[in-house]
Structure formats: C-alpha cells, structure tokens
Design a protein around this ligand. Structure first.
Ligand SMILES: NC(=O)c1ccc[n+]([C@@H]2O[C@H](COP(=O)([O-])OP(=O)(O)OC[C@H]3O[C@@H](n4cnc5c(N)ncnc54)[C@H](OP(=O)(O)O)[C@@H]3O)[C@@H](O)[C@H]2O)c1
Length: 293
C-alpha cells in the first residue's frame, strides 16, 4: 500500500516511516527536510499521486494559540485539499488525550486540526495519544535557569512513540473509523519522577525544581485532565523499559524501541482515574469495546 506520512521525520513519524517500510509499504515522507512544506503546500498534489492513506504526524514548537491554530489549520487544509484532488481514501490524524479540556495555546491548534479533519472532504480516523516517553527529555531541556531546571507539576500516563506508530499504521491499512479509542501507556507517573529517572539514566546535570504552573492549564496538568478516561488502549512498554533501552540506542544513534510484539499486547483498560473530569468530548470516554489484542 502507498502511504504518505506528513511529519515522517519527527519523533513518532520516524518510527512510523520505519515500521511501514519494514512491513513492505511504499512510503512518501512529507516534511520540510524532504522538500515538502505543508504550510505553503508547494509540490503537495504531485506527492500524493497513487497514495491510499495519509497519516498526519506533523508538529510545531509553540505555546501560542494563534501560531498553533495557524500551523495545524494550514497543514490540515492543504493536506485535505490535495488528498481530495488526488483521490486519497483515508486521512489519519494524531491528537492528544484531554487536549479539548486543557486551556493551552498549543492544544487550541490540535483541537482546530481535529475539527477540520471531521468537517473535511476525506474519510478520516483520529487517534489521540498521551505524552510519549520522550516527553520527559523534552521537558528536561525546556526551562533551565543556571543550575536549576524547572519541571511542571504534572501527571502523565506516557506511551511509547513506537507503539503509537504501530497503532497508526494498523489503522491506516484499515477502513476510516472516525474517532477511535485513546492510546496511553501502561503506568501513570508524576512528571518530576520521570525526569529524575531520565536524568539519572543519562547522567545529565541540573537541579530539578517542581513548579505548579499557574492558571487553568496548570490545574489540568495536575488534576489528571491529560490522563485517559474510561475504555482506552494501553501500550506495553513502561517508562522504565524505555529508559533501559535508551542508552544503548543513544550510543548507536536512533530512537528507542518498544518490544517488537508490543502492539499484540495492547489491552483495553476501563480503569478510572481519580480526580479526572468525566465530561469529555472525545471517543475514548464513551466507547468500550473489549479489544482482546
Ligand atoms: N510528543 C508527544 O508527546 C505527543 C503526544 C501525543 C500526540 N502528539 C502529536 O503527535 C504529532 C507528532 O508529534 P512529534 O512529537 O512526533 O512531533 P515532532 O517530533 O516535533 O515532529 C514534527 C514533524 O513535523 C514536520 N514539520 C514541521 N513543520 C512542517 C511543515 N511546515 N511542513 C511539513 N512538515 C513539517 C517535521 O519535519 P521538518 O522539520 O523536516 O519539516 C517533523 O517531521 C504532533 O501533532 C503532536 O501534537 C505528540
């Protein structure tokens, strides 16, 4: 099958591209580094010739609502227009668990992306995932003041980016499904604990200081709004296993991997999270079909 991966050079996109090629799919990678700027749409229609499914895992580094909405709005519009013209049968997007309930600039763009996909001309599937294990490394690098590194007070149920990629590919080879169950990792953690373990494992330096982020977004980080609710899928690889795999892979250059059979061990959990808001507009809260995978 010919699959286009928008953002195929990023954290999850890199896994996705590798797994799809390993499984014999023809892959077209759309990213600026491969010559496709999806904000301007230059060269896009030709790139989709013969493509059966487009998986959008693009991202932008911003906390600004305006910038995030502009990025995801333009990328999604340009992709969907080109897909319609090229006769692409399936568009897939990767969202973030709880993004519609947490007032954060970046998430505003993610919600706008989902709305555009739902209203668009191409049959679609949207998967939402929790933070990747890599998030601990990203947070560690973000707010450094001299020897101090600020870590937001936050709860997360991180998932292996590779398992997110496996799930996206599984969805891409099937029929469009609309919203599907959220995907999270197997364990919940405090972000400060994840970063402490990451620092210890990698021998990085810095004095970690946990801070409560002010306002509604800070509350959402702390109160479990970003955790999955109700029936959702859970990946197999724990944060600890990801850390274990990290050093040899860092030394060899390449992303840490989840066990090869991890998708087969994904399970449906109906565990409820204490203190998590119940009112959700996402599919993960309402549907509960045992998966038996
Ligand atoms: N990270 C997480 O914890 C997490 C969790 C759940 C969901 N998500 C969502 O998953 C998606 C992927 O996240 P990620 O962390 O894998 O992202 P990432 O590592 O930041 O990768 C972003 C990708 O987008 C491409 N890109 C950026 N601007 C582009 C443009 N103008 N035109 C074409 N390609 C462009 C980048 O390639 P170039 O730079 O070469 O253009 C890169 O391949 C995001 O939408 C994110 O919201 C992330």
């Amino acid at each position: 099958m010919k699959i286009a991966i928008a953002g195929g050079t990023g954290t999850v996109g890199n896994h996705l591209t590798g797994i799809a090629r390993e499984r014999g799919h023809e892959v077209v990678v759309l990213s600026r580094s491969t010559g496709a700027d999806l904000v301007s749409a230059a060269g896009l229609p030709a790139a989709l010739d013969g493509v059966a499914a487009v998986i959008d895992v693009t991202g932008v580094q911003t906390q600004s609502s305006a910038k995030s909405r502009a990025f995801f709005g333009a990328v999604t519009r340009n992709l969907l227009d080109a897909e319609r013209d090229a006769g692409v049968a399936h568009h897939l997007a990767l969202g973030i668990v709880g993004s519609d309930l947490a007032p954060f600039g970046y998430y505003a763009g993610k919600v706008a992306q989902e709305e555009r996909v739902e209203a668009g001309p191409v049959p679609w599937t949207i998967l939402r995932a929790t933070q990747f294990h890599e998030f601990a490394a990203q947070v560690f690098g973000q707010y450094r003041f001299g020897p101090f590194v600020l870590i937001p007070s936050m709860r997360s149920q991180p998932v292996a980016a590779r398992e997110v990629a496996e799930r996206l590919l599984e969805l891409a080879v099937g029929e469009p499904q609309g919203r599907v169950r959220d995907l999270a990792g197997p364990e919940q953690h405090r972000m400060i604990d994840m970063v402490e373990r990451y620092v210890a494992r990698t021998g990085s330096s810095g004095r970690l200081v946990q801070i409560p982020v002010p306002g509604g977004f800070g509350r959402a980080l702390r109160d479990g709004t970003l955790l999955p609710v109700g029936c959702h899928d859970e990946g197999a690889q724990t944060f600890g296993e990801w850390l274990e795999a990290l050093l040899p892979l860092l030394n060899r250059a390449g992303p840490p991997t989840a066990p090869a059979d991890s998708a087969a061990r994904r399970r449906c959990s109906t565990r409820q999270t204490a203190g998590t808001p119940r009112a959700r507009s996402q599919a993960g809260s309402g549907r509960c079909t045992p998966v038996g995978r």
